[in-house]
Design a protein around this ligand. Structure first.
Ligand SMILES: Nc1ncnc2c1ncn2[C@@H]1O[C@H](COP(=O)(O)OP(=O)(O)OP(=O)(O)O)[C@@H](O)[C@H]1O
Ligand SMILES: [Mg+2]
Length: 296
């Protein structure tokens, strides 16, 4: 893959891999009732078995895009396909079974009297018998490290606990695609790592595709196959983490800062007069590159 830069005036999105596409957003625009532009000419796709990260500054349109993926919002222009069917014309009734969205604000998601009721709600709504729904809910809570919260009242949970329960509620339904909006915000490092392992495990164990919107670029670099840079309501460039994050001009153009690992490596190379040929993305890759370098 090389970095693809999108022409904002092109009438359609460049096809990526139609055979493997689970979600295809074709030049979608959404203007909120107060006139604010949420997304504009947005082109985006998610392939089967893929982890995609949306990275962009505050207000660039990441959450608005995510809310289009399971029909919470509909585009005023453009079209959206999920699993081969267009969802733009109002055919969205069962969409939540295919695409699960974990909201940026957990309070928008949690509503039931107890954590268990909340996490069981999705599976029950899908027609699962109560016993099975309870097992699915407990498994999902265990997966996110929140089984001890099962009998608590969602209202009284901490911000991080609410996020874990929200993620469990979506996991329990096992949709084909899970979109997580800022999944690690509010979480301590231990729970963040748990969510990171969970996201990669979802793909490996259940072939679930994952979309994440995040400001944590090191996290995005570690988990994603593809980084989509979002600016002014559209994806303007995309590529692998190494391609995108080792293009400092592109990152500056996106209004972002390069991940810490990339910054350390580039500064190390500059300090020792080395050409930055290696492109470490993970901490262990950085350590490997530094160790093999005699100047280290
Ligand atoms: N409900 C709404 N009503 C009006 N404008 C909105 C609404 N939600 C979002 N917007 C506007 O749409 C634009 C995109 O917002 P969005 O929340 O999608 O950005 P974001 O990339 O998710 O930002 P952040 O990183 O801060 O979460 C912003 O200008 C925002 O003010
Ligand atoms: Mg957002």
């Amino acid at each position: 893959m090389t970095v693809i830069r999108r022409d904002p005036h092109a009438p359609h999105c460049p096809p990526i891999d139609r055979e493997r596409e689970l979600i295809h957003v074709d030049c979608a625009s959404h203007t909120y009732p107060d006139g604010s532009v949420g997304i504009h000419g947005m082109c985006f796709s998610v392939l089967k078995n893929e982890i995609v990260a949306l990275c962009g500054p505050n207000g660039s349109g990441k959450s608005t895009l995510i809310e289009h993926l399971n029909g919470i919002l509909t585009p005023s222009e453009g079209e959206i396909w999920v699993n081969g069917r267009s969802i733009t014309g109002g055919e969205q009734s069962d969409l939540w079974k295919e695409v699960g969205v974990v909201f940026q604000r957990s309070d928008d998601q949690l509503f039931a009297p107890t954590v268990l009721d909340d996490v069981m709600f999705g599976p029950l709504n899908m027609g699962m018998p109560v016993d099975e729904a309870k097992v699915a809910a407990m498994r999902a809570l265990e997966a996110v490290g929140a089984a001890d919260l099962v009998h608590k009242l969602p209202n009284y949970l901490s911000g991080g606990q609410k996020r874990l329960v929200s993620i469990a509620g979506i996991l329990a339904m096992k949709p084909k695609v899970i979109a997580l909006d800022e999944p690690t915000s509010d979480l301590d490092p231990v729970h963040s790592e748990r969510i990171e392992t969970l996201i990669t495990g979802l793909r490996e164990r259940f072939s679930i595709s994952v979309v994440i919107a995040t400001h944590d670029l090191d996290f995005a670099a570690r988990v994603a196959d593809r980084i989509c840079l979002v600016k002014n309501g559209s994806v303007f460039a995309e590529g692998t983490p190494a391609e995108v994050f080792y293009d400092p001009a592109l990152i500056a153009d996106a209004g972002l800062k390069v991940p810490q690992v990339v910054r350390v490596y580039l500064e190390y190379c500059a300090l020792h007069g080395i050409e930055p040929h290696d492109h470490p993305i993970r901490l262990e890759e950085l350590l490997f590159v530094l160790r093999k370098n005699p100047k280290g």
